[in-house]
Design a binder for this molecule. Sequence first.
Ligand code: B16
Ligand code: MG
Length: 218
Amino acid sequence: MINKLNRAFIFDLDGVITETSEYHFMAWKTVCKKIGYDLTRKKNEELKGVNRNKCLDMIMKWAKIRLTEKEIESLLEAKNNIYIDYIKDLNENDVCEGVLNFINDAIKNNIKIALYSASRNAKRILCQLKIIDLFTVIIDGNNVTNVKPDPEGFKIAADLTKTNTKDCVVFEDSISGIEGANKLNMYTVGIGSRDVLKNADVVYKGFKNLKIKDIINV
Ligand code: B16
Ligand code: MG
């Protein structure tokens, strides 16, 4: 439980606010086929929260193959094009159940609202969901040098919201995101399953029945 007056909630996007991870998986699966690698759902868990370039690095290691810069560029572009095509109809109905009530309740309680997503498509997605105005700070894959599990993006979010890292609560669905936030001793709320998010301080299935008083003293 966090108990301070100056607090920030830092939300991940995919798997927390909206759910497009199946589209990432299908796009990677298609790209992996091109290089003769069968991407399993289990392996895909490790790709969650990780940016495009690093995902392909991991896949090349798993597949034990080397690619030229040109081939890498072309596969990354193909993956993003497939993904963008899948999300073209994403709209305000695709915000996960309970998220809007939760965020609005937090705003009423003077909690600062930030977003840190690894995705370079984050702003496009927030616009499609029509929720971009809820966030006072937005950090995405364009704003960081070091990707999750590096804590860089979480630290920038804390600094820009003028909040001590220990007074930040991070909502994350990925192993790498929880790991990054834990490095700064932020309070980590895993969204998903305890079996996967073993290192989160608490884990909830989603926001449907979640109240901010379950997380912090208000
Ligand atoms: P890009 P998040 C992340 O978004 C996804 O979790 C991760 O699985 C995906 O690889 C990444 O976006 C893609 O980002 O293709 O733009 O580099 O969960 O950090 O909001
Ligand atoms: Mg995520």
